[in-house]
Write a protein that binds this ligand. Structure first.
Ligand SMILES: [Zn+2]
Length: 75
């Protein structure tokens, strides 16, 4: 609950924050307590669970992969 006076860019790579299951693909329907399911429609990145600290990073990562696929023509 203690606010940080100077918001720094604390960026930890997903899955390296030390939390179990962070950055993993869901194996069950809903995310564990404290985890958020990040899924970006159209992204080639699969849905993943992230903890609070990594959720934004994970979303950004998935959004980066929504670009036009080069030659993935087939459905
Ligand atoms: Zn995390």
């Amino acid at each position: 609950m203690v606010g940080q006076s100077a918001p720094g860019r604390v960026v930890s790579r997903p899955g390296e924050c030390g939390r179990e299951l962070c950055g993993t693909e869901p194996t069950a329907g809903r995310a564990p307590d404290g985890m958020t399911t990040i899924r970006v429609p159209g992204s080639r990145e699969p849905a993943r669970w992230y903890c609070h600290g990594c959720a934004e990073y994970g979303r950004a990562l998935a959004e980066l992969r929504t670009g036009p696929a080069e030659s993935e023509g087939g459905r």
